[in-house]
Design a protein around this ligand. Structure first.
Ligand SMILES: Cc1cc2nc3c(=O)[nH]c(=O)nc-3n(C[C@H](O)[C@H](O)[C@H](O)COP(=O)(O)OP(=O)(O)OC[C@H]3O[C@@H](n4cnc5c(N)ncnc54)[C@H](O)[C@@H]3O)c2cc1C
Length: 408
């Protein structure tokens, strides 16, 4: 089977690696003419994302580019520490949370893909596709076409493939917050290696961590109206800094000093997400990653979800008797999990800054969760994690009653 993958970001390149491992022929068609080595946002890959990467042999390459995060400390606006909790699975170094730039993650995935001979075609902007009984033909902006048996829409939140699987799907919606982020080698905030600091401010939710090389990576989420594209394009980093600082100054945390010490490497974007997309698939097309289920960034799970998608899809196509049942099984397994992430992330993205009482309650709940969240929460999440580990484990068939896969 030949699979056309539209989008060479996280979901697309990961899917290419997993599908290649499962024995399928894949070609990635990426709109950007180069590999996009811009400054860009950074992200944290959680233990579930690292576990997914390990299934198709990309965990080491990603781990080399990022640095470990093993703990998270939450501080309130008064400067009082609310809680310090371990992050994810810390036993196996390859399962630890990693912090790296999105471009570095894509570069690591691409490096592994190229080393395996997977074709990645840059500068091919997908415009539409036509499917028939024998296959699907993708059309690109430069007039070229490509033919395959299945087409994956891995083209992100503004997916061009999505209207083909679901003409009724709503456009991405503003989630209610602006996300500022930046990098500074001048800031010197209190830190410990491997710890991410979350600062619950009076008007912002900020996070920062310091890389082993001494660079502070930070983000700040602020509830406010949506920014227009013109405003984003026409505002300089120094102007953004001046707009953000008054929101941070009242707090007894290092937030304002970090932003003050940040030079031109300061950016802002709108936090957006997708309402549930009713139809992820047609007989020969399927959406994966943000194209199907973009969440606002608050849970920090979008990239990890895309990596999980890759493994579950490859296993579904490998194990199911035909493509139709594979795609059905894939959606059945993935939809509840990724849609829960959208809802959880939206809950953490309030459209207005919480008042002091709400913040106190939130901090209290966070502390409680950090201690295990009560017996119910613990057993539910343990069962879920066990099921996820089963779904991701490459050698375990997806359906509990299937025979073990050959030659893996
Ligand atoms: C500010 C911010 C912070 C975030 N932080 C985190 C975090 O800490 N942890 C985390 O896990 N996630 C985080 N996320 C979410 C994460 O970045 C996304 O979930 C992830 O990038 C989704 O990967 P994707 O491959 O589906 O989409 P994208 O990364 O958007 O990739 C889509 C690719 O498709 C290409 N493309 C688009 N249109 C076309 C076309 N017509 N033809 C061909 N190619 C096309 C694009 O050029 C791109 O390469 C964050 C997101 C934001 C905005």
């Amino acid at each position: 089977m030949r699979i056309l993958i539209i989008g060479g970001g996280i979901a697309g390149t990961a899917a290419a690696l997993a599908l290649d491992k499962a024995g399928f022929g894949v070609t990635v068609h990426e709109a950007h003419p180069d590999s996009g080595a811009d400054i860009g946002a950074f992200l944290t890959l959680a233990s579930n994302g690292m576990l997914a990467l390990a299934q198709f042999g990309a965990a080491e390459a990603v781990a080399r580019r990022g640095f470990e995060l093993t703990a998270m400390r939450l501080t309130g606006d008064t400067g009082a520490v609310v809680s310090t909790v371990p992050l994810g699975e810390t036993g196996d170094p390859l399962r630890r949370f990693r912090c790296l730039r999105r471009a570095e993650l894509c570069a690591a995935l691409r490096e592994v893909a190229v080393s395996r001979g997977i074709e990645i075609r840059q500068g091919e902007r997908f415009v539409t596709a036509v499917e028939d009984a024998d296959g699907v033909t993708a059309e690109f902006a430069d007039g070229t076409t490509a033919r395959g048996d299945l087409l994956l829409g891995a083209d992100g939140i503004h997916s061009v493939v999505r209207p083909l699987t679901d003409p009724e799907a709503a456009a991405p919606r503003y989630a209610g917050q602006r996300v500022f982020y930046g990098y500074s080698t001048e800031a010197a905030p209190p830190h410990e290696p491997g710890r991410i600091e979350m600062l619950r401010g009076s008007s912002s939710a900020m996070g920062y961590t310091v890389s082993p090389g001494g660079e502070t990576y930070w983000f700040a989420r602020v509830s406010a109206d949506e920014l227009s594209e013109d405003e984003i394009a026409g505002t300089t980093p120094a102007q953004w800094r001046e707009r953000l600082l008054p929101l941070l100054r009242p707090d007894a945390t290092p937030a304002a000093d970090i932003v003050e010490a940040t030079d031109g490497r300061l950016m802002v974007t709108n936090a957006s997400d997708l309402a549930s997309v009713g139809r992820w698939r047609t007989p020969r097309m399927l959406l994966v990653g943000d194209a199907a289920h973009a969440a606002s960034p608050a849970t920090g799970q979008g990239a990890s979800m895309a990596l999980e998608d890759a493994v579950v899809l490859a296993k579904s196509l490998r194990d199911a008797p035909d493509t139709a049942s594979a795609l059905e099984q894939y959606e059945e397994l993935r939809r509840p999990r990724v849609e829960r992430n959208i809802v959880n992330s939206a809950r953490l993205t309030p459209r207005r800054a919480p008042g002091r009482l709400e913040r106190t309650l939130k901090n209290y709940r966070a502390k409680w969760r950090g201690r295990g969240g009560g017996p119910h929460a613990r057993s539910d999440s343990a069962a879920e994690e066990q099921e996820l580990a089963r779904q991701l484990d490459w050698d375990t068939p997806l359906a509990a009653d299937s025979p073990a896969p050959q030659g893996s």
